[in-house]
Design a protein around this ligand. Sequence first.
Ligand code: GAP
Length: 445
Amino acid sequence: MSQVKLEDIVSLAKRRGFVFQASEIYGGLAGFYDYGPLGVELVNNLKQEWWKAMVREHDNIFGVDSAIIQNPKLWEASGHVGGFTDPLVEDTVTHKRYRADHLAGVDSNDLKELTKLLKDKKSPDGNPLSEPRVFNMMMKTYVGPVEDSESTAYLRPETAGPMFTNYENVRETMRAKLPFGVAQIGKAFRNEISPRDFIFRVRELEQMEMQYFIRPAEQEKTYEEWRDFAWKFLTERLGIDEKNLEWHEHDAKERAHYAAAAHDIYFKFPQGFKELWGTHNRTDYDLGAHQKASGKDLQYFDDQSQERFTPYVIESSVGVGRMLMAVLTDAYHEEEINGETRVVLKLKPDLAPYRVAVSPLLKNKPELAKKAREVYDALKKEFGNVMWDDNGNIGKRYRRQDEIGTPYCVVIDFGTLEDDTVTVRDRDTTKQTRVAIANLPSKLN
Ligand code: GAP
């Protein structure tokens, strides 16, 4: 189908309760969003799928759930206090701030290059621009009753940091040997200069990250394995069309301060191909830095080689919100059926917020409603995520369920009262089949 438009995704997300602007009744706050009833179900399914593939299906990957606020020394040692920056320019009349690299149309943090590229450029409002300068994206807060430099703390800008400081705790408690990984899902905060494109670039984000600790000699092979994992997860577990994905390798100007190599998977978002999932070779940068700053020995003694060394790290990192936006965009279809246009989310059944919707054909017939309730209760026990839908006529109910990606609709009619069969309507084909109630669990699975 033709390229999905951003306004279609934003409108569907709002209309059907996937994503709302945070504090909308007060005019919202740029870069902050809330998930609605459907969004939270879809996001939980995405997180569960990732956790299953990453943690449960690997004997040597262990989960943690760390605090958002850590000792600020962690972020000094990791280089974020000094180096987690984006280049910024200001409109000299309106004082609106912009990402200099975005205005220049390059992936670069190099101030000299940006100054050159922006020399004759104007702001989007047509005014002269300031010189580019660096801007630190760490969000600050104070811990305790006194607000001074001693009590300054940071909201974590990535979930990775506390996984490094917990490296030794996890290794010891799980008796882990290299290679092994530490994974977590959690919030991170970045004071983005220009949050934009709906939930693509936000200031409060959620990440799913895994740090894989390895012997230095394993870096190339392991890097390839985790790139492969990310691609397979998106295509096989989430069902994203390969045509909507491409690789992007970071050059030296684009790489984060901790990375020796970085490959992103780009997804074809409505605004174009953009970063979805990063695989990074962080070398011994983090453990080395924490070892130096904390004075704690984070070296590993290798039984095989009888050597002591600081492990290297391959990182796999993806944003939950971006994954949600990618899945919605990939699944979004507008189709012509019998002269009418329908919007349908072709989500994998395991990801859909609801697996099935149950309806009595006619709302005002108590015998149909009673039977439908019995079917609904039984399916609810079986699947959990089942919707009761008796609002409007049956065509409207199908359209509504199509829009939220419900794979099946089950309709109870007068025939059901005779022979205990129901109509099952398939979201993708729109075909209707007659199925015995007893066979519904296997049919809908
Ligand atoms: N620990 C490595 C790290 O944080 P990153 O490339 O800065 O690397 C990883 O971020 C992923 O987090 C990105 O690929 C993206 O999916 C998501 N992400 C980063 N910044 C984001 C933002 N401002 N809004 C939404 N998602 C973001």
